[in-house]
Design a binder for this molecule. Structure first.
Ligand SMILES: [Zn+2]
Length: 240
């Protein structure tokens, strides 16, 4: 998160802390006891290993001198732990301040993209391994929206997993924007509102697993007549 690091360097002023010091993956600033993971594993004999917060940094992942630097009253660890929506609100309030002005603008742009793909609830410090499959796919999407060339072919496997209807509408708008700029978006998906928004549907079935795999219907969603998907598009939700 280079923009966040730049912001904290601007706040740190003459403290001598570099940009790297504000990255928990760099030896310059990470807690050396846990190597920036914030976790400590306790080996158990019979049960699975127990994961507890690192005793040196209490899970904050940084050294004390890095955590002494505060932006708007928050340490870099606090900022990484808050949801991007909450961070966006804080940044919006700080936008007029001269401190790290370009970094604030850059962060706001990144946050806006994360909210658009339905990741507003995540914190910037969230590990990939702790994300759901849908979250991880949408994070890749957010990153590529910021700097991928156009046109690009995107393949998604149930990108709407875990999304509420409200956020799903946002994701649909993002996909439509991508199609408009020339990208091709292909998604395997059950959610009716996403299927309905597609230009073209390929319905495979009639059932799942071994009872599926055959072409049931194909075409624009409004013109589908056969199969469960067509019935669901006329009302009701698709079976999972
Ligand atoms: Zn630690």
């Amino acid at each position: 998160m280079p923009a966040l690091q730049r912001l904290f360097v601007a706040v740190a002023g003459d403290s001598g802390l570099s940009k790297q010091a504000f990255s928990f993956s760099s030896p310059a600033g990470r807690c050396e006891t846990c190597k920036g993971t914030g976790r400590s594993e306790v080996a158990m004999d019979v049960l699975a290993d127990l994961v507890v917060p690192c005793p040196a940094c209490s899970g904050a992942r940084y050294r004390p001198e890095v955590l002494a630097v505060r932006w708007q009253g928050h340490t870099v660890a606090d900022v990484l732990a808050m949801s991007v929506v909450a961070l966006g609100e804080l940044l919006g309030k700080a936008e007029g301040a001269s401190e790290g002005k370009s970094a604030v603008g850059k962060l706001l742009g990144g946050i806006d993209t994360m909210v658009r793909v339905g990741l507003g609830h995540l914190g910037l410090g969230r590990r990939r391994s702790d994300m759901s499959g849908g979250e991880s796919q949408r994070l890749t999407l957010a990153a590529s929206l910021l700097d991928a060339p156009t046109p690009t072919l995107y393949l998604f496997d149930e990108p709407a997993t875990g999304l509420h209807e409200h956020d799903l509408a946002r994701l649909v708008a993002v996909f439509q924007g991508m199609a408009k700029r020339g990208d091709l978006v292909i998604a395997a998906e059950h959610r009716t509102s996403l299927v309905r928004a597609a230009d073209w549907v390929i319905d495979l079935g009639p059932g799942g697993g071994p009872s599926g795999g055959r072409l049931v219907a194909m075409g624009p969603p409004a013109e589908l007549r056969d199969g469960v998907t067509a019935a669901s598009l006329r009302g009701g939700a698709l079976p999972e």
